[in-house]
Design a protein around this ligand. Structure first.
Ligand code: FAD
Length: 449
């Protein structure tokens, strides 16, 4: 059995490792066009921020360690074509320029996403970056050393994480967002406003409703961002306006793309083209709350899809269970978490939704250092089914979102949440945890009280 994996980060390496465990004699080759494999991209902002000591610390396994486990990793090798009929891939060695043809019995396309690079003037100036992979992180680190004023374009979770990072590094930071608020794709509007208020309180200038027109520079280095609301001076610009699934190779192989624009695969990560699998950020997944395909490119999803693909490619049997849209990040001391659907998303999906908001403390108010926590719980009228939760609070307190995520997996109701026997002691929560209070309130709303 010859297994070829394209892309050596979360999905690709999970697949290769699982395939190795599943089958002792499969020949497993990973082609990665970049210089790094098997690293946690999620940790990049924290290296720049100084919480993680080096980029190397993000690497789980080096190519040599993978080689010892019988996984042949070829760095700087870009797969440029697939001949699904012949069962071969074409691979270009980026150093030698040489092109080889490699046969496969099973092929995994785990090519991730590409950062959106808008068509503005001067994006090639020094000091202009995206943050997508490890070399991007290293380049930002170099620019930060000589920068004083940063401009982040895009108020999604990566932009908001970097707002903290760069402020911590002593830069003055302006964050530009085209939409009316930050975290627009993650939260309902009232919570978006709270996130923005927190970021502003921490010294970031946030300009929403602002469209970037282009960049200005001098001597090859960026000096500012031109917007419809005037020019923002900056010697470091980070463009964090979203990502697009990397689908060129899949399309070349005749693989179908789904309605989200990402690669469509079944729950075994099979694409429908004989022998070809897909996993990770380039692949859409089934949302268990709506029953619809979604493209939500996140780390656990990529690892899990890769694992499923690896087992199946090596002759085993595993299924990807779908996702419920859980996500979490921090900006400054604020933790932001969500699972399921926001109220707006639920309405957009045609569901009859109610939402309740609860402000409380993250543990017993009388115990030292209690901090505010806000929960919005969303449920469906008629069925009382939980639809989602959004939490804002001191960093780790919002990890209790996982309780709701667990219930969403099983189609749980508001009553199911209310009846849970959650852990309680004053340093950890109130006797009625904020989630239980929210469930109680939602239950009463659903009864028309
Ligand atoms: P990728 O990591 O994109 O890897 C794909 C690889 O394929 C790349 O190395 C690429 O070079 C290679 N490749 C592409 N085309 C070819 C080709 N033709 N030939 C050879 N190689 C090719 N997720 C979370 O859940 N939580 C977080 O906190 C979080 N934070 C993040 C912060 C940042 C700054 C970033 C960038 C991402 C973050 N993510 C987070 C997302 C998470 O990192 C991704 O979901 C995960 O890395 C996806 O893994 P992947 O293997 O699908 O794709």
């Amino acid at each position: 059995m010859r297994i070829v994996v394209v892309g050596g980060v979360a999905a690709g390496m999970s697949a290769a490792s699982r395939a190795r465990r599943q089958s002792g004699d499969a020949r497993i080759t990973v082609f990665e066009r970049g210089d790094w494999v098997s690293y946690g991209a999620c940790g990049l902002p924290y290296v720049i921020g100084g919480e993680v000591e080096s980029f190397e610390r993000l690497v789980a396994r080096t190519p040599a360690q993978l080689g010892e486990r019988g996984i042949d990793v070829r760095l700087r090798h870009e797969v440029t074509g697939v001949d699904a009929g012949a069962g071969t891939v074409t691979v270009r060695d980026r150093d030698g320029g040489e092109t080889i043809t490699e046969p496969y019995d099973r092929l995994l396309i785990a090519t991730g996403v590409n950062a959106v690079r808008p068509d503005w003037a001067n994006t090639d100036l020094r000091g202009v970056h995206v943050l997508r992979d490890l070399p991007d992180g290293q380049a930002i680190e170099e620019s930060v050393k000589e920068a004083k004023r940063a401009c982040i374009v895009g108020g999604g979770y990566i932009g908001l994480e970097l707002a903290e990072t760069l402020t911590t590094r002593g830069l003055s930071v302006t964050l530009l967002e085209r939409g009316p608020e930050v975290a627009g794709r993650m939260l309902d509007v009232p919570l978006q406003r709270r996130v923005r208020a927190e970021v502003e309180r921490c010294g970031v200038e946030v300009r929403c409703g602002t469209t970037v027109l282009g960049l200005t520079g001098e001597g090859g280095r960026v000096t500012g961002v031109e917007t419809d609301g005037g020019r923002v001076p900056a010697d470091l610009v980070i463009v964090a306006v979203g990502v697009k699934p990397s689908t060129d190779l899949a399309r070349a192989a005749g693989v179908r793309l789904g309605e989200t624009g990402a690669v469509a695969a079944n729950d075994r990560q099979e694409t429908g083209v004989e022998g070809i699998y897909a996993a990770g950020d380039n692949t859409e997944s089934l949302h268990r709350v709506t029953g619809r395909p979604v493209h939500i490119p996140l780390g656990l999803t990529a690892n899990r899809m890769g694992r499923v693909a690896g087992v199946n490619m090596a002759g085993g049997d595993a299924q990807f269970p779908g996702i419920v849209g859980t996500g979490i990040f921090k900006t400054f001391d604020l933790g932001v978490a969500r699972t399921g659907l926001t109220h707006a998303e639920a309405e957009h999906a045609g569901l009859d939704a109610i939402s309740v908001d609860v402000d409380s403390t993250d543990h017993a108010g009388y115990y030292r250092d209690a901090a505010p926590i806000h929960v919005r719980l969303t449920a469906e009228r008629g069925t009382n089914r939980l639809l989602g939760a959004q939490l804002l609070g001191r960093t780790t307190s919002v990890k209790r979102v996982d309780v709701v995520a667990a219930l969403l997996h099983g189609g749980g109701t508001v009553q199911d949440l209310f009846e849970l026997d959650l852990a309680y002691a004053p340093p950890f929560s109130s006797v009625w945890d904020v989630l239980l209070v929210a469930a109680d309130r939602a239950g009463r709303r659903l009864c028309g009280e």
